[in-house]
Design a protein around this ligand. Structure first.
Ligand code: BG6
Length: 487
């Protein structure tokens, strides 16, 4: 067994006082512990710049859990808090790393019995110095694996620089790049839907599928992430990672097993087959003041306090250039301050080749499969049925939904935070749901090419009113192909 597959008995969290730790990581770990899913011996060491004692850190964690974890999942909070300790560190210099290693436990420096899992949730500018510090303190041995939270660069070049720096100290089989969408139960369910059912695979290709739509719509605006978001924009914040991962899962060939290499090999083939996008195949937008759910919200420029050319909305007509998907457009759209929070995938099938009902004037709709990822977790297949009746004016048909609501199908299961899955796999050493270097690089390559097209064409985001589905040109992008976005 490779050393990296030993389950970790220590978890070292960088950025332990930050927003992600408070909202997601600590609540996820506590929920896992309450369900008895963490190794009993696991110790969790938090580190960040602020000076605080172990007890202060536990108090901060308790507050975070009370705020962000539902009551019914806080069962074993005292047990969990006992696992926590803290060491202050200025990660930009080497000095504090020896003390950190002592805190983690002396055996972390050699290839002792247990493994060490590190989770880096810090500013990307600290990645390099942190890796250097870990190396200096002997915390990069074969039994150590590292989880990296986005943003991992802003383009291919900067992403390669980060990947190179990490590769200096960790082999690829010990690097766990996080895309939290892969931790979502419904995203993993895409694989089950496609590869655990015989129904779909024979028709999952350009012979039967007319187009695919992937929508990730949010109602939130800038939140408190002004500096990060304005340098990023929707393309780098959402398309480069989450949306391309969804696309890859929809379009990939069947892997031979549910194994990290097999699954990621198939995803990367899709990402590399993405066709270069033309200027007229993308639309960008930026929200202005409007209303969402009856509440007035300010425009992006007002939230930012200045003018900006950063896109808060993007729609793209993408193509996967391979045999399976020849001529099938994948329409992607994502944006902030849209009318509702929804992530969904629509697979639009083709019409039947010949309608025996046409002469009777019965209209036909092609089948469609709607996969709701959030907030509703459901799968709806729309198909045609005969309207009951003995009318003499011919057969009447109507589209009816066949719907599976996941929470109803699996009563008694709680909805888990995506990071629960990912932290568990980081601790356990399973890379299947983490992004491999070649995937990230293929994603950036495609995104960089689109950004270069915008640059060349002088594309500036068009404004849209908050609470609408983006600029009108996003509607035109599909309408000119005779396709309507699913709203
Ligand atoms: C993050 C982006 O990766 O994903 C955010 O940085 C976005 O801008 C978030 O809001 C969306 O995640 P979810 O799980 O709420 O869909």
């Amino acid at each position: 067994m490779a050393a990296s597959v030993i389950s970790a008995d220590r978890l070292l969290l960088f950025g332990a006082t930050g927003d992600l730790a408070r909202r997601m990581l600590l609540p996820s770990l506590c929920a896992l512990d309450a369900d008895g899913l963490l190794p009993e011996s696991l110790q969790i060491i938090g580190t960040a710049r602020s000076e605080m004692s172990d007890q202060d850190f536990r108090n901060m964690a308790r507050e975070a859990l009370e705020t962000f974890l539902p009551d019914q999942r806080r069962g074993g909070m005292a047990h969990f808090l006992n696992k926590l300790s803290y060491q202050a560190l200025d990660a930009s210099t080497l000095e504090g790393f020896d003390a950190l290693a002592e805190k983690v436990g002396p055996s972390a420096r050699d290839d002792g019995e247990g493994g060490l899992a590190i989770f880096l949730s810090t500013a990307p500018s600290l990645f390099g110095p942190t890796i250097a510090g870990l190396q200096h303190a002997g915390l990069t041995g074969d039994h150590v694996r590292i989880g990296l939270e986005k943003p991992l660069g802003t383009d291919l070049e900067s992403s390669c620089a980060i990947n190179d720096a990490v590769a200096e100290a960790f082999s690829e089989d010990r690097i766990f790049r996080i895309d939290h969408y892969l931790g979502k139960e419904t995203v993993q369910n895409l694989l089950a839907l496609r590869f655990a059912n015989i129904l779909f695979e024979p028709i999952w290709n350009s012979n039967y599928i007319e187009h695919v739509q992937i929508t990730v719509a949010e109602t939130v605006g800038l939140e408190s992430r002004v500096a990060y978001y304005d340098d990023s924009g929707a393309m780098r914040d959402m398309v480069q990672n989450h949306m391309l991962q969804l696309l890859a899962l929809v379009a990939m060939e069947p892997p031979t097993s549910f194994d990290a290499t097999a699954v990621r090999d198939e995803k990367v083939k899709v990402l590399r087959a993405l066709r270069k996008v033309e200027a007229n195949e993308t639309v960008t937008g930026q929200y202005r003041a409007g209303a969402i759910g009856g509440e007035a919200v300010p425009g992006y420029d007002e939230e930012l306090g200045k003018d900006s050319t950063t896109e808060t909305f993007v729609a793209i007509k993408a193509h996967v250039d391979n045999w399976r998907w020849k001529g099938v457009p994948f329409y992607l759209r994502t944006g902030k301050r849209l009318p509702e929070r929804v992530t969904e995938i629509l697979v639009q099938f083709r019409c039947v080749p010949h309608s025996i009902f046409e002469s009777m004037g019965a209209g036909m709709q092609p089948n469609k499969l709607l996969i709701g990822i959030q907030p509703e977790e459901n799968i709806t297949l729309s198909f045609m049925a005969k309207v009951p009746g003995l009318g003499t004016d011919g057969v009447k048909l109507r589209e009816v939904p066949l719907e599976i609501t996941m929470p109803d199908a699996f009563v008694g299961q709680h909805r888990r935070i995506a990071y629960e899955r990912l932290l568990l796999d980081l601790i356990g050493g399973d890379q299947t749901l983490f992004v491999r270097r070649d995937e990230v690089e293929a994603q950036w390559q495609w995104v960089d090419a689109i950004r270069a097209v915008w640059e060349e064409a002088g594309t500036k985001p068009k404004t849209y009113t908050s609470g609408t589905w983006g600029p009108s040109s996003a509607i035109a992008l599909t309408e000119r192909d005779g396709v309507t976005w699913h709203d």
